[in-house]
Design a protein around this ligand. Structure first.
Ligand code: 5RP
Length: 213
């Protein structure tokens, strides 16, 4: 079970400073959509060159022209690139094929999908590397989470790794861990804390304990 730090509300220098505080406790660092919208793929380039040993995810949330977008994010140094589950099947196929060509991985984001079970099963067949249930900020504000959705996709996904994102924090981690995703994505649950290193260490410790127990 891997831990991904999501960075959304920072610029490039802030991202680099923040990663320094937590780098020994995380497996993947995500340059979030707001960061890439603001700074461009330069954010991916600079973070990958500052932290070559970390896997870097570019949360570009592709909807179309998928192979082209994956090739650009890959060239910038992304190891994992995101596409939206609501994209056409041909776009998902294009993303998966291009990622394979570049030696990269595709994470498909299920944000706003209504029939999670059916779409997750389709994405699994289409060759997604990760299928991620995700409650975005706007639904988090209404008190929603993705814990039930994770259990649902786990029941149908046979090949892909499963992931969960959206408002996860130390207090809610045990419920997430119980559902055994392959990847847990935490943003504000770490970045909003005074001592980010300590919070990330504690989260990583719980994850490690669950794997060995
Ligand atoms: O993709 C995102 C928003 O669209 C975030 O990166 C994701 O939700 C994780 O951040 P947080 O833990 O703060 O919700």
């Amino acid at each position: 079970m891997k831990l991904q730090l999501a960075l959304d509300l920072v610029d490039i220098p802030q991202a680099i400073e923040l990663i320094k505080e937590v780098e020994t406790h995380i497996d993947i660092v995500e340059l979030g959509t707001p960061v890439i919208n603001k700074e461009g793929l330069k954010a991916v380039e600079e973070v990958k060159s500052a932290f070559p040993n970390l896997e870097v995810l570019a949360d570009v949330k592709i909807m179309d022209a998928a192979a082209y977008e994956v090739s650009n994010a890959s060239a910038a140094g992304a190891d994992i690139v995101t596409i939206l589950a609501q994209a056409e099947d041909s776009s998902i196929r294009g993303a998966v094929e291009e990622a394979k060509k570049q030696g990269k991985k595709i994470l498909v984001d299920m944000i706003a999908v209504k029939d999670i079970k059916t779409r997750a099963a389709e994405l699994d067949v289409l060759g997604a590397d990760y299928i991620c249930v995700h409650t975005g900020y706007d639904l988090q504000a209404e008190g929603k989470d993705s814990f039930e959705d994770l259990r649902t996709i786990k029941s149908v996904v046979k090949n892909a790794h499963t992931a969960i994102a959206g408002g996860i924090k130390l207090e809610t981690l045990p419920e997430v861990i119980e559902a055994q995703p392959d990847l847990i994505i935490v943003g504000g649950g770490i970045t909003s804390k005074e001592d980010k290193g300590a919070e990330a260490a504690e989260i990583k410790k719980l994850i490690k304990e669950s794997v060995t127990s």
